[in-house]
Design a protein around this ligand. Structure first.
Ligand code: PLP
Ligand code: COI
Length: 358
């Protein structure tokens, strides 16, 4: 697919960009361009282009605004020491947006078009890829239903876009263990629902719980499955892992409610290669509490594109705080994080072919 290029003079001055890149935070600043591909039921995918970043014009009746027909992705582009830029497993995001699109009755975008749209945007905005430790250019592909029609049915007009935002630590400042809030009033997803799709509605549904979390000093909220012995599902925007005595790594199995995290999948692969025992299974809140009480829980950590790998310091809830063991320098999370970031940053050999060069 050919992308037309309608490039702008830089929207943001070089001086301003340099200042932004010194402390990008997460999701606050956007690059100069956006990649777009339109779709209609009659014409299929067409009009691929890179155009200046800016507000988009939508009819007030566009169905995304009423029925939330939307899916999105998150991935990163990393700057290597030689100055080159690579994205991490973009094909996986392309496959996942299609799984989400099927659930939300949106059209599937051929994975090669997805990857090419990402590549085109990163290529024109590569000056925006930061190079600091733990920093990257966060890419946000998304698909929205743009047809103006108020009947409840799949839209016949859709737009796929990619925007980009330089990113540092999602939790702000230096890497540190974070407290997590246990949501007991809200579930994130239900069986047969949209839990494993990456759609905006899931995140809207998590916000009331997220507000509760923040009121208790926690930057993320943990969701359980109240219909399955209160088993652990995931955080609002991250998967979770537990390290048990003897080096066993446990993560909740993919039960239809939780996101098939690409970081989760990468952590599982790296852990197996590090000869850790890996278990994808049901892990209940009771088992977690018991493992803390009897000392067999060694670590808990969150993982995701935005979060990378971040240790969990404690689990807070209406019933009190469960403090987790302090993290140590020879932690499992630390060695997996070093390996994963090393591959992403080009300092550890990419034996899996996870990186795509511009
Ligand atoms: N779970 C949720 C709800 C998320 O939003 C994310 C982030 O995308 C993840 C898990 C981690 O997924 P990934 O590792 O693909 O970023
Ligand atoms: C990501 O990690 O890409 C997400 O979408 C999670 C969100 C917390 C930003």
């Amino acid at each position: 697919m050919e992308f037309a290029q309608h490039l702008s003079d830089h929207r943001v001055s070089e001086q301003e960009r340099t200042k932004i890149l010194q402390n990008p935070g997460f999701g606050n600043f956007f690059t100069d361009h956006t990649a777009v591909i339109d779709w209609s039921a009659d014409a299929g995918w067409h009009n691929a282009r890179v155009e200046p970043y800016g507000p988009i014009s939508l009819d007030p009746a566009a169905s995304v605004l009423h029925y939330g027909q939307e899916v999105f992705e998150g991935l990163k582009a990393y700057r290597h020491e030689d100055g080159s830029v690579r994205t991490f497993r973009p094909g996986k995001n392309g496959e996942r947006i299609n799984a989400s699109a099927r659930r939300l009755a949106l059209p599937e975008l051929p994975v090669e078009h997805f990857v090419e749209a990402v590549r085109q945007l990163v290529a024109v905005d590569q000056d925006w890829v930061p190079s600091g430790d733990g920093e990257a250019l966060y890419l946000r592909p998304f698909m929205i239903a743009t047809e103006a029609f108020l009947g409840v049915r799949p839209a016949r007009e859709v737009s796929f876009r990619v925007i980009a935002s330089p990113a540092g630590n999602y939790f702000g400042g230096e890497l540190h263990a974070v407290p997590i809030w246990l949501s007991q009033n809200f579930a994130r997803a239900g069986h047969g629902g949209t839990g494993e799709a990456k759609c905006g509605g899931n995140y809207a549904a998590s916000l009331a719980a997220q507000m509760e979390a923040e009121a208790h000093g926690c930057p993320q909220v943990l969701f359980l499955d109240p219909t399955d012995d209160f088993s652990v599902e995931e955080l609002g925007g991250m998967n979770v892992f537990f390290v048990l005595e003897g080096g066993t790594l446990v993560t909740p199995r993919l039960n239809g409610n939780i996101l098939h995290g690409i970081t989760r999948d990468s952590v599982l692969q790296l852990a197996r290669e590090m000869d850790l025992t890996v278990e994808e299974r049901k892990f209940t809140l009771d088992e977690w509490r018991e493992a803390v009480a009897n000392g067999t829980l060694k670590e808990a950590f969150a993982c995701g594109t935005a979060a990378v790998i971040t240790p969990i310091a404690e689990l807070r809830s209406a019933e009190g705080t469960m403090v987790l063991p302090e993290t140590t320098s020879d932690s499992v999370w630390g060695s997996i994080r070093a390996k994963l970031l090393g591959v992403q940053r080009g300092t550890v050999e990419d034996t899996h072919g996870w990186l795509t060069r511009l």
